[in-house]
Design a protein around this ligand. Structure first.
Ligand code: FES
Length: 109
């Protein structure tokens, strides 16, 4: 386990995507219904950034071709995306947001 402090809860807003860094990793903190999810800033379809996408119904939508991914599992939900994106465990301590960068929940194939 390698929990890293990456943001404060106050930096995030519901239904918004907050880009953060964990070392070399570009991570997106996604807040949906007052829960925080961490996903890698990389769409599995054409390997483009997801940061300018949007959140809807518990999924992040890619700004390039509109593929969507579950925030909880990283699974691809709509085409053209077929493979999952990487997601990371999130822990909240007070106002601090920590993610475990060593524990990838899903890896793109
Ligand atoms: S690059 Fe994301 S759906 Fe195509």
């Amino acid at each position: 386990m390698a929990w890293q402090l990456i943001a404060s809860v106050a930096q995030t807003r519901d239904r918004e995507i907050t880009p953060v860094r964990a070392g070399e990793l570009e991570i997106l903190l996604c807040r949906w219904q007052d829960r925080l999810y961490a996903v890698r800033n990389l769409c599995s379809h054409a390997l483009k950034p997801l940061a300018d996408g949007h959140i809807e119904q518990g999924a992040i939508f890619c700004p390039v071709h509109g593929g969507s991914f579950s925030l909880t599992s990283g699974q691809a939900l709509t085409r053209p995306a077929l493979r999952p994106i990487a997601t990371y465990p999130v822990k909240i301590q007070g106002d601090q947001v920590l993610i475990d960068v060593d524990e990838i929940v899903q890896l793109p194939d």
